[in-house]
Design a protein around this ligand. Structure first.
Ligand SMILES: [Zn+2]
Length: 285
């Protein structure tokens, strides 16, 4: 179990987790960070925590990690995250305390297909120009800081229906891997309303013109680097800049863009890491 790997043998560590020993390997320092025991320390998972007074700054995997005024923060782990990643706290007196987070590997659904991969689609200049503009809009949306606080919430599923495609699954064509599936597909039925899984701000709403792959793409920022994208919608019910609350209707399921049938593709990113939406939904038993 991934949580135990991080917390060590002491159940008492749940209450206040020492970040480890100092550089000299001296006795464990007092606790500086607490970790939400519901955290999912696994590829595609996440961790929520809180710094205690006396911590001046945090860094994760060598990059500064902001925390809210109450000390709360979130980290998430890419689908292909390495086995450990370092969380470093800088204390008021300048000491730095590090701890390697142990990130459990996942057994991704891999499908070997004994045919060669189909060559890519049209790559004429008009398409490339259009695609470049679409990707620029997505990149600009993701870089927006909205101050949304949905990152603190337990997420709810955005639509009813069967999960028709899992995050992280991948096809390998005669040894050549295709891109892995970056989201969770929900076959909720054409026209079904989907809702915001957590509070946020609409940072992209491709309402007028469908994107070539994503269709009527909708993106919501949940704050602290965490955002959701909803693909293939037939209609969008909100516009850029709108604040949404968890459960608010935001769009209708469709098959715009590159989709074989009506479904909601929901993907979640934290910074550059792609994470598994399913792991945001349920706390571990
Ligand atoms: Zn999908």
């Amino acid at each position: 179990m991934q949580r135990r790997a991080f917390l060590g043998s002491s159940a008492a560590a749940l209450a206040g987790l020492a970040l480890g020993t100092d550089a000299a390997g001296a006795a464990a320092l007092p606790s500086h960070v607490t970790i939400d025991p519901a955290s999912r320390l696994t590829q595609g998972g996440w961790l929520r925590g809180k710094v205690l007074p006396g911590v001046k700054a945090l860094a994760f995997a060598g990059t500064p990690l902001p925390f809210a005024s109450d000390g709360s923060f979130i980290i998430a782990f890419d689908r292909d995250a390495t086995a450990t990643a370092s969380l470093v706290a800088t204390l008021a007196d300048g000491r730095m305390v590090a701890r390697d987070l142990v990130i459990a590997p996942r057994a991704w659904q891999i499908e070997h297909i004994n045919v060669a991969r189909k060559p890519g689609g049209v790559t004429d200049e008009d398409y490339l120009r259009l695609r470049k503009a679409e990707l620029a809009r997505i990149g600009a949306a993701r870089s927006r800081e909205t101050g949304a606080s949905g990152w603190r919430q337990d997420f709810i599923r955005p639509a009813p229906g069967r999960f028709s495609g899992r995050f992280g699954s991948q096809r390998i064509y005669k040894g050549e891997p295709a891109a892995y599936h970056s989201g969770l597909d929900i076959a909720g039925g054409a026209g079904t309303t989907y809702v915001a899984p957590a509070d946020g701000v609409v940072i992209l709403a491709a309402a007028d013109r469908a994107f070539s792959l994503e269709g009527h793409l909708l993106m919501i920022d949940h704050g602290m680097g965490l955002n959701s994208a909803f693909l293939h919608g037939s209609a969008l019910l909100v516009k850029e800049g709108d604040r949404v609350r968890q459960g608010d209707p935001i769009g209708r399921i469709g098959s715009t863009g590159r989709a074989t049938g009506p479904h909601l593709h929901w993907s979640v990113k934290w910074r550059d890491s792609r994470i598994d939406p399913l792991l945001l939904l349920h706390a571990p038993a």
